[in-house]
Design a protein around this ligand. Structure first.
Ligand SMILES: [Zn+2]
Length: 88
């Protein structure tokens, strides 16, 4: 049962690592399922995820010099980052 628990349920440390990984690359279906399951049960990791997502957006905006744009969505921000990196 311990092995099954370890396979199905993330610790808070594993959940925060998955949250950070998810800010950089897309998580696999299994990783997302395990993270979502953890987030249903853990208020602390929910707060961490919300903070991490906001911090990620602010860091990207600062890198682009657009920190004063009030309502930029994640997709638009991602496109601007890619344009700046690859100078499309
Ligand atoms: Zn947690």
């Amino acid at each position: 049962m311990n092995h099954l628990n370890r396979l199905l349920f993330l610790s808070c440390k594993q959940a925060t690592e998955a949250i950070e990984k998810g800010n950089t690359i897309q998580l696999s279906l299994l990783e997302r399922a395990r993270l979502n399951q953890h987030l249903k049960m853990c208020t602390a990791c929910n707060m961490y995820a919300a903070f991490s997502n906001k911090a990620e957006i602010v860091i990207k905006q600062l890198a682009l010099g657009i920190e004063n744009e009030p309502e930029i969505n994640e997709t638009e921000l991602q496109e601007k980052v890619l344009k700046k990196i690859f100078r499309k």
